[in-house]
Design a protein around this ligand. Structure first.
Ligand code: PY5
Length: 305
């Protein structure tokens, strides 16, 4: 899907024109995946634009950088302020996607990037849906999710996404919308860019961090909402077999939001339509992110005064 371009991109403290936000071809991150990024959403409310869990996303960005050992010295406050300023500068008032990235620049061709320049950029642009469909047909990927012993899945690191890209492209080639990756043990991990939940007999389960999942911020929000609603939810290993017999399966993610999965590997899930629990959570989530629910307003940062 083509991006609806905005006017400016924030790069290392200044606003540059969208088409001028460029890097050198010898950028280390381009060759070796040495970067970390975030995906954040802003939502249009009745009278403002709000950013969903901005601080939590920026905290994860800082943690990812620490894990990959990318030395960057912007504070949480500076990152959050830059994001707010960028949205204002671009006069974005519609729902949008925000993509901060911190990467190793051009300093040489070796793997050791000690002393190389580190750049930070934030892009933001109007954005609606990630999936072109309201319910998904997916497959289990023949690719296994990266694991801690080779690449830490906990870091939202650029290089990690080659794993996701392989799985996503394979899914497309197989004629489905998205892939579910199993971890190195063959238990369920997550989608190429989403966490996964299964619902059985009214109880929700989602794979724990030890199943090589990214600690999703939407995942965390879903867990909180479910608990607030008195729906039982647990983090535990989920087997592939459970996917096929579940009453409901759904993805969560910033881009994906809450999206039901109605077919996996050609098998119908539940009633082959969005399930009840998914619908309830999805409705509450949509109201939470747009400031309709008082108790979740702490998750939101208002963009305009
Ligand atoms: N798992 C992976 C591998 C992810 O890339 C993402 C987010 C998630 C889970 C969900 O995390 P969160 O709820 O914090 O967003 N993926 C990116 C997103 O913006 C998109 C990557 C293409 O949703």
């Amino acid at each position: 899907m083509p991006i609806v371009e905005a006017k400016y991109i924030w790069m290392d403290g200044t606003f540059v024109q969208w088409n001028e936000a460029k890097v050198h071809v010898l950028t280390h991150g381009l060759h070796y995946g040495t970067g970390v990024f975030e995906g954040i959403r802003a939502y249009k409310t009745e009278d403002n634009l709000v950013i969903f869990r901005l601080e939590d996303h920026m905290k994860r960005l800082i943690r990812s950088a620490k894990l990959i050992q990318i030395p960057f010295d912007l504070s949480l406050k500076e990152l959050c302020n830059a994001t707010i300023e960028l949205l204002r500068k671009n006069e974005i008032r519609e729902s949008a996607y925000i993509r901060p990235i911190v990467f190793v620049g051009y300093g040489g061709i070796g793997l050791d990037y000690s002393g190389f320049p580190i750049s930070t950029a934030i892009s933001a642009f109007p954005y609606a849906k990630y999936f072109g469909k309201s319910a998904l047909n997916v497959c289990t990927s023949t690719w296994r999710r990266i694991w801690d012993a080779s690449l830490p899945p906990q870091a939202k690191a650029c290089g990690n996404y080659l794993n996701s890209v392989l799985a996503r492209m394979e899914a497309r080639a197989r004629g489905v919308d998205e892939a579910i990756l199993l971890d190195h043990n063959g238990t369920v991990s997550e989608g190429s860019g989403e966490n996964i939940f299964v619902v059985q007999d009214g109880e929700i389960a989602t794979p724990p961090q030890s199943s090589s999942v990214l600690a999703g911020i939407t995942r965390d929000s879903v867990i909180k909402i479910a608990r607030d609603e008195g729906i039982s939810i647990v983090e535990r290993p989920v087997s592939r077999a459970e996917l096929y017999t579940a009453d409901e399966v759904f993805f969560s993610g910033t881009a994906a939001e809450i999206t039901p999965i109605i077919q996996i590997d050609g098998r119908n899930i539940g009633q082959n339509t969005e399930g009840k629990v998914t619908a309830v959570l999805s409705r509450i989530y949509a109201r939470a992110v747009t400031g309709v629910i008082e108790k979740y307003r702490g998750w939101l940062t208002e963009v305009y005064p």
